[in-house]
Design a protein around this ligand. Sequence first.
Ligand SMILES: Cc1cc2nc3c(=O)[nH]c(=O)nc-3n(C[C@H](O)[C@H](O)[C@H](O)COP(=O)(O)OP(=O)(O)OC[C@H]3O[C@@H](n4cnc5c(N)ncnc54)[C@H](O)[C@@H]3O)c2cc1C
Ligand SMILES: NC(=O)c1ccc[n+]([C@@H]2O[C@H](COP(=O)([O-])OP(=O)(O)OC[C@H]3O[C@@H](n4cnc5c(N)ncnc54)[C@H](OP(=O)(O)O)[C@@H]3O)[C@@H](O)[C@H]2O)c1
Length: 299
Amino acid sequence: MTETTVETVKVLSKTTWTDTLFSFTVSRPDCCRFTAGQFVRLGVNPSKLKHYRYINDSQANGDQPVDNKPVDEEIFRAYSIVSSPYDEVLEFFSIVIPDGAFTSQLQYLQVGDELLLKTTAFGFLTLARYQQPAPKDLWLLATGTGVAPFLSMLQDPATWESYQHIILAYSARTFSELAYVDKIQSLAEDFGSLADNPAKFTFVPIVTRETEDDVKSIDNSLFLKEFSKLPKALNKRIPELLKTGELQARVGESLDISSTHAMLCGNPQMVEDTKETLKSLGLVMNRRGEGNIAVENYW
Ligand SMILES: Cc1cc2nc3c(=O)[nH]c(=O)nc-3n(C[C@H](O)[C@H](O)[C@H](O)COP(=O)(O)OP(=O)(O)OC[C@H]3O[C@@H](n4cnc5c(N)ncnc54)[C@H](O)[C@@H]3O)c2cc1C
Ligand SMILES: NC(=O)c1ccc[n+]([C@@H]2O[C@H](COP(=O)([O-])OP(=O)(O)OC[C@H]3O[C@@H](n4cnc5c(N)ncnc54)[C@H](OP(=O)(O)O)[C@@H]3O)[C@@H](O)[C@H]2O)c1
């Protein structure tokens, strides 16, 4: 198989989280091998979808489309894999950018649709990159869809075996944009039990643009149904939570050059600001296997 192998994959399921966030699974070609944390290139030809965005879509203005034709070209984008390397299917978690060439089409995805997949996986946001310090505390810091590679790592028993404490801090604007919270909360039970001496797991949800009281005042029954079992969400950005020590206090762990592995993924400004904060707290970038901080920017 070469780097340019492109396979057609079938959409098997779709989960809609909000108007701008959804997940989907596709069939996994035998040749698609990856390490938890890596990404692949997914492609769509809108003209092959059951539903698509028209070339001159003016529906946003409430009008009928001017040109009733689909885009007939292949559009590829990088996507982190959510599912574990051992799953039979591939799962992805996607944003919808209303004017984005890829996701403005992908938002109409339906079960049975076909997508394209470049089967070679890429990326160094993997646990194998850490040689020194030896694994002890793993801090996974994500915004938005940047939680995807961490979900894959957390579904790999090797992760649970390698660390003493795993921390997932996951920041979204609103409670409803915190996807996968049920799954995250059952991870320790589901995957920790597969390992001898599994890591302790601490999940820290972060919601930056609303409070629990905001949600309760709009729909208390929704809050009780969806979010009441969550650990209490923090409500400041990750770098600020680290600077003030609020995040470390919640987790009951300090950051230490000799024992911390910190992985950052998502919004590039968050990655930059968090990286600088971690450096000011004494951690160093991981280079050639040595050091604490590893990052991946999504745009
Ligand atoms: C290594 C890597 C892995 C990625 N994994 C994922 C993933 O798992 N899920 C995913 O949804 N996207 C992921 N992306 C981003 C993805 O490749 C596309 O940018 C995204 O699907 C939007 O495509 P688009 O053509 O609609 O808009 P684009 O023209 O690609 O992007 C337009 C703008 O949308 C914003 N944007 C793009 N992606 C995101 C995002 N994920 N969250 C919030 N804002 C965004 C940025 O402001 C960007 O400038 C990844 C990117 C990289 C480099
Ligand atoms: N509700 C909406 O309007 C909405 C919803 C989804 C997507 N979108 C579109 O999608 C794009 C991104 O949406 P998104 O919500 O997935 O991603 P996002 O803007 O990156 O926000 C996700 C989380 O990252 C935090 N964040 C942003 N910049 C940060 C920084 N420098 N340091 C630390 N944390 C930071 C946000 O906090 P803050 O809240 O403090 O920024 C939020 O908690 C936007 O371009 C938007 O147009 C909009």
